[in-house]
Design a binder for this molecule. Structure first.
Ligand SMILES: Cc1cc2nc3c(=O)[nH]c(=O)nc-3n(C[C@H](O)[C@H](O)[C@H](O)COP(=O)(O)OP(=O)(O)OC[C@H]3O[C@@H](n4cnc5c(N)ncnc54)[C@H](O)[C@@H]3O)c2cc1C
Length: 392
């Protein structure tokens, strides 16, 4: 045997030893199948990795850190930091790269026909949102190319229209303004104010004030008669008018509204838990309505507002509740919402927010510190075992 053959053999032996150790360690542990590897699913999978046999089923080749997706559109040098490969997430559990097409209590079936049995099932399939905030592409290579192509179109565009002045529209306006200080931006909203949701009027007023400071033209209170004729993110001049008669001319636009829960795979006794609006009804302990061993977390569930931070809190609770059930303890911990809170950056240095239970608005400096400067990438690189690699 040559030296390189010997070293190859040693690596194979080591891998087999690791595999045997993992199998021995996992024997007798419950199998937890987590459907969806977004913010909620990865957090549940990680939390149970040492105590359960975790199988994470996810069609993408990499986690998409969509919180920083708008930053990456304006500045594609951020791209490597928003697609994080799943390989470094779990020590013991496995990631099955596939889409679940049918989930029933105790089993899922994937698009490729694999059937995976489960003692416990966690539904964490989240929601879809128009590009560039999220993408439908499961391969990160083409997804990166999609961002670069759209960045190029945006760079060439003379005027930008953003339809929807919720958190995504406001944030995208800030990202574009930071990179292109002079590009005219119109932010259009059918409702009478920015942000929507149950947020404080003072917060909305502060965001309006900063948008004016950043020279983003706000058109509030009237919907478009019809959407522009071009596809969102594609270059091409158009003029559209609002119901109130205002005209907007631009040569690129983005759709900044439209969260759609991903829940079309519920079958058998799980099906009734899917509401008419697509969200999955859960109990206070985050069990899917009518179920003991099936849980749902994050955007797809009815538990709370649609935020990654809340998905993470729900994930921790579900891990705790599954552990309790597996130990024969029927008393589960209920999920308690923290209340209303949001952080809205406007570029790396602007923005405002409100936190649950705090009277004062959150200043732009604090928003920049918490989110705007690094878009929370460090925290997720660490979760995916990439912190050291990026630092070096
Ligand atoms: C631009 C932007 C900025 C944001 N900023 C913040 C912020 O600052 N703070 C905050 O708390 N929240 C923020 N949010 C909200 C946050 O992104 C969502 O709440 C979060 O994505 C929800 O996480 P999730 O795990 O429930 O779902 P997702 O992140 O949507 O993940 C779901 C996963 O499930 C997979 N999946 C879907 N269907 C299937 C299937 N059938 N089988 C297997 N897998 C499937 C998907 O591929 C995906 O990977 C932001 C959102 C956007 C768009």
């Amino acid at each position: 045997m040559t030296v390189s053959e010997q070293s190859g053999q040693a690596q194979t032996d080591q891998a087999q030893i690791e595999q045997t150790r993992t199998e021995q360690a996992q024997a007798g542990r419950p199998t937890v199948v987590v459907v969806g590897g977004g913010y909620g699913g990865t957090a549940v999978a990680k939390a149970l990795d040492e105590t359960a046999q975790v199988v994470l089923v996810e069609p993408r080749d990499a986690f998409m850190h969509n919180i920083a997706a708008l930053r990456a559109l304006a500045d594609p040098s951020w791209l490597p930091r928003i697609f994080l490969p799943y390989e470094g997430l779990l020590r013991h559990g496995r990631v099955v790269r596939d889409r679940v097409v049918l989930a029933e209590p105790h089993r899922v079936v994937t698009a490729s026909g694999q059937e995976i049995a489960a003692d416990y099932l966690v539904l964490a399939t989240g929601s879809s949102y128009p590009f560039p905030a999220k993408t439908d592409l499961a391969e990160s290579g083409p997804a990166r190319a999609q961002v670069r192509r759209t960045h190029q179109a945006l760079a060439t565009a003379d005027r930008v229209l953003l339809v929807g002045a919720g958190p995504v529209g406001i944030e995208l306006a800030g990202e574009i303004r930071h990179v292109w200080p002079d590009k005219p931006i119109v932010l259009l909203e059918a409702a009478g104010d920015v942000l929507g949701g149950p947020y404080r009027p003072e917060l909305k007023a502060e965001l309006r004030r900063q948008l004016a400071e950043f020279r983003v033209e706000l058109l509030l209170g009237s919907p478009l008669r019809e959407l522009p004729p071009t596809e969102p993110g594609e270059l091409g001049p158009f003029t559209v008018s609002t119901e109130a008669g205002a005209q907007v001319t631009a040569d690129i636009w983005f759709r900044c509204f439209g969260v759609v829960p991903s829940s079309d795979y519920l079958g058998g006794t799980l099906a009734p838990a899917r509401r008419a609006d697509g969200f999955i009804e859960v109990s206070p302990s985050l069990q899917v309505a009518g179920q003991t061993t099936v849980f749902a977390v994050g955007d797809v569930s009815t538990a709370d507002a649609k935020m990654a931070g809340f998905a993470g809190r729900q994930a921790a609770l579900v891990a705790e509740n599954i552990t309790a059930l597996a130990q024969g303890k029927p008393d589960l911990t209920p999920y308690e919402s923290m209340g209303v809170g949001i952080a809205v950056p406007i570029g790396p240095t602007g923005g405002a927010g409100q936190f649950p239970g705090q009277d004062e608005l959150i200043s732009r400096e604090v928003i920049a510190e918490l989110k705007g400067r690094d878009m929370m990438v460090g925290r997720f690189e660490e979760l995916f075992g990439l912190a050291a690699a990026t630092a070096s």
